[in-house]
Design a protein around this ligand. Structure first.
Ligand code: NDP
Ligand code: MG
Length: 395
């Protein structure tokens, strides 16, 4: 058949770049319909010159104009659009068969939902979107018939270890537990006192994965694992108590599924996001991703240990937010986004991230998350409380 049209939301990021790498290996299978970025106009321009999408989207009109002029000079027919609405439009465009949702944070919610509502094959990297709007998001998937495939390496691994049709509750299929692996991040083994002194650059130097700065900090605080726990509950219809976090420093096992007969299935591979991206693109088939086969003799050993929730309270905070339900996961996510940005800007210390998140969570009264408006309002309110906390702290 014809090559499938792919939209990459967040094309200039770590996941976006890896996605384009996989796609460009298979021109007979995929064509790039649209690429989007927030403000990296030079990087987006280079991607457009190379991949020649029909459309590209950037946030500001000025950057869009700058790009349009360069594209015209180069004789490339990519149409430039700008603004939030344009993101939603390309995500739902009729030329799009596959949408890679790889914008970071809450900014990805509306475009990702647009792809879901349009019934696309949605490759979900943007976990924050699902964490914020869980129930609403999954109901939109059901309603539109979208194919939702997890790109987060852990969820992609679990998906690969589950039977083909796992809808309708895990116990139905003899699943007793989902084992979510975690590298432990760059500060594994540190105590609170030591964590108080760590810098943003140290937090962004992950031992096994190269990622955007926000998720790198989340990996260092274990909030990433907390967000992933919530993500897994929604994707696999699991309860928080059916998910166990296992720290596995080598990041070779990407996650596991335990069954009632004692079997534990695992997915292994080199830590490279092109593997889950390729699986999302090609499922239920397999394509070459450019990732080398795992060399087990080079790995030599696999270690496992429990997570240290005293030094890294974010995991507990996320589990509690999921147990509370309603808008609490959205509040957790928003407070965390503000805290991580403040940490990256040097305004607060590492241990202030969980402290801020916990304070904001306590300040928000519980509410339902049945409507998009309720979710967005909770997000806004939590950000206000978080900024007030920062002002009290630093002002
Ligand atoms: P990056 O920071 O590397 O890239 C983010 C992308 O989103 C960039 O293209 C950026 O554009 C765009 N973007 C940022 N803010 C906005 C905004 N307000 N509106 C529109 N676009 C925006 O992030 P990653 O690639 O690391 O992560 C992307 C998502 O994937 C995250 O949700 C992360 O949790 C998830 N993920 C990432 C993994 C990884 O290995 N990196 C692994 C598993 C999940 P610009 O360049 O112009 O700023
Ligand atoms: Mg992950």
């Amino acid at each position: 058949g014809l090559p499938k049209g792919v939209v990459v939301l967040g094309a200039t990021g770590s996941i976006g770049t890896s996605t384009l790498d996989v796609i460009s290996r298979h021109p007979e299978l995929y064509r790039v319909h649209a690429l989007t970025a927030h403000s990296s106009r030079e990087a987006l321009l280079q991607q457009c010159l190379k991949h020649r999408p029909d459309v590209a989207v950037i946030d500001s009109a000025e950057d869009a104009g700058w790009m349009a002029a360069r594209l015209q000079e180069a004789g490339v027919a990519t149409e430039m659009h700008h603004g939030q609405r344009a993101l939603e439009e390309v995500a739902g465009a009729s030329e799009a068969d596959v949408v890679m949702a790889a914008i970071v944070g809450a900014a990805g919610l509306l475009p990702t939902l647009a792809a879901v509502r349009a019934g696309k094959r949605v490759l979900l990297a943007n976990k924050e979107a699902l964490v914020m709007s869980g129930n609403l998001f999954m109901r939109a998937v059901e309603k539109s018939g979208a194919t939702l495939l997890p790109i987060d390496s852990e969820h992609n691994a679990i998906f690969q270890c589950l039977p083909g049709h796992h809808r309708g509750g895990l116990v139905h299929h003899g699943v007793t537990q989902l084992l979510l692996t975690a590298s432990g991040g760059p500060f594994r083994g540190y105590d609170r006192e030591h964590l108080a002194t760590v810098t943003p650059d140290q937090a962004c130097a992950h031992p096994n994965w190269s990622m955007g700065r926000k998720i790198s900090v989340d990996s260092a605080t274990l909030m990433n694992k907390g967000l992933e726990l919530i993500e897994a509950c929604w994707l696999f219809d699991a309860r928080p108590d059916q998910i166990q976090v296992v720290v596995h420093p080598q990041s070779v096992i990407h996650s596991m599924v335990a069954y009632s007969d004692g079997s534990v299935l695992a997915q292994l591979g080199n830590p490279d996001m092109r593997t889950p991206i390729a699986y999302g693109l090609s499922w239920p088939d397999r394509i070459d991703s450019g990732v080398e086969t795992l060399d087990l003799f080079a790995v030599a050993r696999l270690d496992f240990e429990p997570a240290d929730e005293r030094a890294f309270p974010c995991l507990r905070l996320a589990r509690e937010a999921m147990a509370c339900g309603g808008v609490q996961p959205a509040v957790l996510n928003a407070a965390n986004e503000v805290a991580v940005a403040a940490f990256l800007d040097g305004h607060i210390g590492f241990n202030d991230i969980p402290a801020l998140v916990e304070q904001v969570r306590e300040g928000v009264t519980e509410g339902g998350a049945e409507t998009l408006e309720a979710v967005l309002e909770a997000d806004r309110h939590a950000r206000c409380l978080a900024r007030a906390w920062l002002e009290r702290k630093n002002g």
